[in-house]
Each structure stands twice: as structure tokens, then as C-alpha cells.
Design a protein around this ligand. Structure first.
Ligand code: HEC
Length: 216
């Protein structure tokens, strides 16, 4: 190989490796950065689509298994084109989740739109956006239940009679094993089928209960 060619390839490799590393670094360092699949998207699919008997690995209704990244992007999602993506279309039309289940919020629909538009990438080990000092019910606890739990725990289809879409239900859940289910210590691990919540999020729930579980 000619020396000039070698230098060119070497320089190119250095720049390429540096580029990849700086991207990863950005994702880890900036908790308010771009959408991260594991942190922002997967919990929505897990709670609102992959309920048992729906689009979980066991049942895969209509051939859609929406329980993990590989399966989610394998069907009904056209990377970069949300409006050509069947999965996005049925969500935005409110066709899915079906009647009786909690629909996606406007924010969740937008997240899925933006994630697909950005190439439906697989982001893992994302920095969690969480302030362990805050544990207000309205500002922290209910939004957390909405994100991770209500797809399976809202009437009329509340799994195990645990209703997490409002204050009374969440307060009652304290006596239905709420803390044990989040801690993953042998009790039913929740969110079912999903990853354990971050230590910071679990600490927020614990703190709210220690403060007397107020409706604040
Ligand atoms: C994909 C559906 C699904 C999601 C998401 C989910 N759950 Fe559950 N949950 C269930 C099912 C089903 C049961 C019944 C036990 C079982 O089959 O594991 C259950 C049981 C429970 C129980 C135990 C009730 C009892 O009778 O002892 C608690 C507490 C609970 N869930 C809390 C939560 C919380 C908190 C979240 C969110 C962080 C959550 N769940 C997310 C489906 C889900």
C-alpha cells in the first residue's frame, strides 16, 4: 500500500472511531438529549401494547409482537417514515389500544412519531431523567404510573384489581404490594415484562409513601 493511501485510511479510521465514541458520550451525558428507545419508547409499548394476551411474545395478536426492539422494528415500522408506519397509524387513529384499554397520550404519540422519524434507533443504557429529591404525587408519582403501569392497571381491565390511573387507586396499591413489586424482591416483578425501574424512580415512590402518601 502506498504511504499516502495508508495515511488517508488511518486518519479516516481515527475520525470514524472518535465520531462513534462522541455520539455515545453525548447520549450518556445529556439526560434531556434525543429520544432514547429503552428509556422513552419501550415502556410505552410494554405497558400499552404488550399486555398479556395482546402483543406480547406469547400471543402476538395479528402477528405483532411488540415486546422488544428487534420485534418492534421488524413489522409495521418504516424507519424515518412515521406516516407510512402501520404501527404509528393505528396509534394516532386511536384504533389501538382497543376499547377498554388506556390510549396513548398526545405526548406519547409524539414521542413515537419523533422516534420513527429519527430512524427508529435502538438506544440503550440511557441516562434516566429523575430527581430523587422530588416525590410529589401529581408531579412525579402519577406520571410514573402513567408511563409504566396504566396500560395494564386501569379499569375496566385492571390486572390483579390494581388500579393505578388515579390517586385513590395508587394509594390502595400500597397495601397490594406496590413497593415489593417495584423492588423485584421475589414478589410479582413490575412492570410485568419490562425492565425494573431505576433506583432513583423506586426511591421516589418509597419517599412518597414515607411522607404518608399525600395527594400533593
Ligand atoms: C404488561 C402488563 C403490566 C404492566 C405494564 C404492569 N403490570 Fe402490574 N400486574 C400485571 C399482572 C398481569 C399482574 C398479576 C400478577 C402477574 O400475573 O404477574 C400484576 C400484578 C401487580 C401487583 C400485585 C397485585 C397483587 O394482587 O398482589 C402490583 C402491586 C402491580 N402489578 C403493580 C404494578 C406497577 C406499579 C406497575 C408499573 C410500574 C405495573 N404493575 C405494570 C400486569 C402488568
Amino acid at each position: 500500500m502506498k504511504l499516502s493511501k495508508f495515511i488517508f485510511i488511518a486518519a479516516f479510521s481515527v475520525v470514524a472511531v472518535w465520531g462513534i465514541q462522541s455520539c455515545q458520550h453525548e447520549q450518556m451525558a445529556d439526560p434531556n438529549g434525543p429520544i432514547c428507545f429503552e428509556r422513552d419508547i419501550l415502556p410505552i409499548f410494554n405497558s400499552k401494547c404488550a399486555m398479556s394476551g395482546c402483543h406480547d411474545a406469547g400471543r402476538s395478536a395479528e402477528g405483532y409482537d411488540l415486546s422488544n426492539y428487534k420485534k418492534i422494528v421488524s413489522r409495521g415500522i418504516v424507519k424515518g417514515k412515521p406516516n407510512s408506519s402501520e404501527v404509528y397509524e393505528v396509534i394516532v387513529d386511536n384504533e389501538m389500544p382497543p376499547r377498554g384499554y388506556t390510549k396513548l397520550t398526545a405526548d406519547e404519540k409524539k414521542l413515537i412519531y419523533d422516534w420513527i422519524a429519527d430512524g427508529a434507533k435502538n438506544g440503550i443504557n440511557c441516562a434516566v431523567k429523575c430527581d430523587s429529591a422530588s416525590s410529589g404525587f401529581a408531579s412525579v408519582i402519577q406520571p410514573m404510573m402513567n408511563k409504566y403501569c396504566v396500560g395494564c392497571h386501569a379499569y375496566p381491565n385492571a390486572s390483579a384489581q390494581v388500579e393505578l390511573s388515579g390517586y385513590i387507586g395508587v394509594k390502595n396499591a400500597i397495601n397490594q404490594g406496590l413497593m415489593k413489586s417495584l423492588d423485584h424482591t421475589g414478589y410479582y416483578p413490575m412492570p410485568k415484562g419490562g425492565a425494573k425501574l431505576s433506583d432513583c424512580e423506586i426511591a421516589q415512590v418509597r419517599k412518597w409513601i414515607q411522607r404518608g402518601a399525600p395527594n400533593d
